[in-house]
Ligand binder design. Sequence first.
Ligand code: COA
Length: 265
Amino acid sequence: MHTHLVKTIENVWENYQSKTITDADHEAVRSTLELLTRGEVRSAVRGEDGVWRAVEWVKRAVLLHFLITPSRIIDTGPLQFYDKVPLQVAWGERGVRVVPPTTVRYGSYVGRGVVLMPCFVNIGAWVGSGPMIDTWATVGSCAQVGERCHSRGGVGIGGVLEPIQASPVIIEDDVFVGARSEIAEGCVVRKGAVLAMGSYLSASTKIVDTTQGNKVTFGEIPAGAVVVPGSIPSADRTHSTYALIIKKYRDEKTDARTALNSILR
Ligand SMILES: CC(C)(COP(=O)(O)OP(=O)(O)OC[C@H]1O[C@@H](n2cnc3c(N)ncnc32)[C@H](O)[C@@H]1OP(=O)(O)O)[C@@H](O)C(=O)NCCC(=O)NCCS
């Protein structure tokens, strides 16, 4: 699929320092961004083995856009911006509710029925259908947020554009991310997990599973885990380091506390 497009993007990527960028090159980059906007290509995909991998040609197209596109005034009526990537504006047909001053950049996809409280969705990102990206939450470039996920106020879902082969942050389906949490460095939150408010996850954050003899892992929150911020003592017991603690796996109480009032929808 998209063979010609992939070939053009790869060619421009390999030769952009020496070649003149043609109208056809511009068109290939623009077409890729349009496919991203429609949700027809993604910057990372989940393999049958459950591993998420970056789609390198798509990420290259996103980077090339920045290389070959000058900034220009973006007129939005009473508001004006100055940027290289236009904003998305036509939401009606997808049933997306957009609270101003939400910014969703062209080249990202937002699924049906999502409520976008004033938030920021960057280029290359993919957000599945409903329910909500809450106030001042950010979805970074190429980040993937699954179906029915809920990002509460101020959540930061980190983007990873470079290096090209690096997988972006992945939030699988039915995940709840509590207020002011931050997930970065290509970490993966598996299906249905719950991060309590103020949880910070980087590739170096120790994840301690109290349900499995305090086993320590990195980079991936297991499906259905309920994670809270905590700490773990150093090997020599001289200090403690921030860690995420898996207290339990999701139960009815968790479901009740993370449910969204349908009246607000
Ligand atoms: C994670 C959360 C949903 C609680 O889930 P729950 O299944 O009801 O969790 P429980 O109350 O059964 O707690 C389980 C354990 O985790 C601990 N815990 C729960 N939430 C915690 C938190 N936020 N910080 C630290 N520890 C927490 C409890 O103390 C308990 O520990 P224990 O087993 O040692 O007694 C809730 O804490 C939370 O973060 N809600 C989101 C709040 C939010 O973001 N609101 C939106 C504002 S915009």
